[in-house]
Ligand binder design. Sequence first.
Ligand code: XMP
Length: 517
Amino acid sequence: RILILDFGSQYTQLIARRVREAGVYCEIHPYDLPAEILRAFAPRGVILSGGPPSAHEDTAPRPDPAVFALGVPVLGICYGMQVMAALLGGIVAPAAQREYGYAQVRLCAHSHLLDGIEDHLDPEGQPLLDVWMSHGDRVESPPPGFDVIAATEHAPCAAIADDSRGFYGVQFHPEVTHTRQGRRILERFIHGICGCQHLWTPTNIIAASIERLRAQIGEDGVLLALSGGVDSSVVAALLHRAIGDQLTCVFVDNGLLRLGESEQVMKTFVQHLGVRVIRVAAEERFLNRLKRVTDPEHKRKLIGNAFIEVFEDEAARLPNIKWLAQGTIYPDVIESAGAKTGKARVIKSHHNVGGLPEQMNLRLVEPLRELFKDEVRQIGIELGLPYEMVYRHPFPGPGLAVRVLGEVDKESLELLRHADHIFIEELRQAGLYDQVSQAFAVLLPVRSVGVVGDNRIHAPVIALRAVETLDFMTARWAHLPAEFLEQVARRIVNEVAGISRVVYDITSKPPATIEWE
Ligand code: XMP
C-alpha cells in the first residue's frame, strides 16, 4: 500500500483516486504524521502531495524526516518535491515567474520514472511532455545524489530523480488529466518503482470487507436506515452478502420520494437480493408535521426529527440489534479529519441519522469508510445492484419537501412527482442523464396564466434544474439543447394537469445553490 502525505493541495484526493485506479490501496494522512506511525503503516511507497505554502520559508510544513529513512521510494509532487528538495539539501526559491496551467517539459536525463514516456519529440529528438503546472516556488538546484531529469523554460528542475534511493520529484501535477501521461507516470511509480501489485479490485475489496465484517459483527444483529441512495444501498448489499439475515433494513417511506421510488427500492432489495427490509409507511406522519410550515430549514429539521422517531420506534421492536450501519465514505472521513485539524476546508455535509447511535446505545459499522464514491459504485455493480440505482443522481434527505417551495401538501407533491418523472425520463431517453450531475424539477408557489382549450387557467409553474459539477460545491447550469427542453416543457404542460408553464434555471452555483430551498 501507498501512503500519501497531505500538504493541503486541492488535488490530494485526486492523487489517491489515481493510485486506487491503478489497483493499489492507499491512504491520505496529514503531512506531519509522526515517525512511529509512518513506520507502523509500512507503506511500499510514499507520495508527498502538493500544497499552497512556500517550501523555502521557515514556517513551511515539513514531513517527519523519517519518511526518507523508511527504505521505500518517495515521490514528491509540486510542493511535495520542493519540500523533499529542501529537506535533503537542495535549494528552493521563489520563481521569477509563476507557472500556472499548461507547460511543456523537456526530458533531459534518464530515470526509472520517466524513461520511455513522452507526448512529442522536439527537433533534436528529445522527448517532451505536456503537463499541468501550478507553482510559485521552484527548485533551483537539486539535493546531492539527484539528477535533473526534466526542465521547462521557467523551472530548470521540473523533475528530479535519485534512482538509487527511489526518490523522485515532479514540479507538475501527474494526477490531473491535463497532464496527458500523468496516469502512466503514477503507474510507473506505483508498479514499476514501488513494486505494488494490481490487487485493489472490486472483487478483492468485497472479499476483504466481508471477512472483516464477519469478524467484527459475529452473531449480532445490524440495523441500517436504507434510503435507496447509492451509499446506503451498497452498504445493504455488502452487509447482506456478509451476514445475511442478521441485517435488518428500515426503509422509511415518508411520502416525499420520487415517482415509483418506494416500490423500486422494495423490488430491488427484497425480491431481487433477498434482503430483509421493513418498509414503514409514514407518509401521513410526515405530511401532518409539515402542514403550514414554509421555512426551508424548519422543514428540514421537522423531517430529520420525524425520521429519527420512526426509525427508533422500529428499532425498539427488533431484538438483538447491536450495531448501526452507516454509509460513511472516505471523503467524509478525510474531510472530518481535516476539519478537526483545520487543514482542509470544511465542506457542508448532510447527515440524516447523525446522533442516532449514541442515543440508541448501538455501535457503528461503516463498511465504506475506506472507499471513494467511484469505488462504492463499482462494488455496488459487482454486488448485483442495478446500474440505474448505482449511477443515480444524488437526492436530498428531505426529499421533495425542499422542491415544493413553500407549504407542502399531497396534491403539490403529486404534481411535482409527475413533472420530475417526465424530465428524468426524457433525459434518459436522450442519453443526457449521465452527462449531468444532478437534474430535477421544482414546483414554484406562483400561479401563471395559461390557455387550455378555450379556457384560461391560473396554475403553478415548474422550474427545471440541471447542473454539471464534480464536487457539488460549485456547479454550472447544464447547457441542455433547446429542442430537448422544449420537448420536456411540452410534455409537462400537456400531461400534468395543473401546470401552466415550465421555466429553466440558468443560474450557476455560486451564487445560487443547486436546490431551490
Ligand atoms: P445545495 O443546494 O446546497 O446542494 O447547492 C448541494 C448538494 O446537496 C444536496 N442537498 C441535500 N442533501 N439533505 C441532503 O441529504 C439536505 O438537506 C440537502 N440540501 C441539499 C443537493 O441535492 C445537492 O446534491
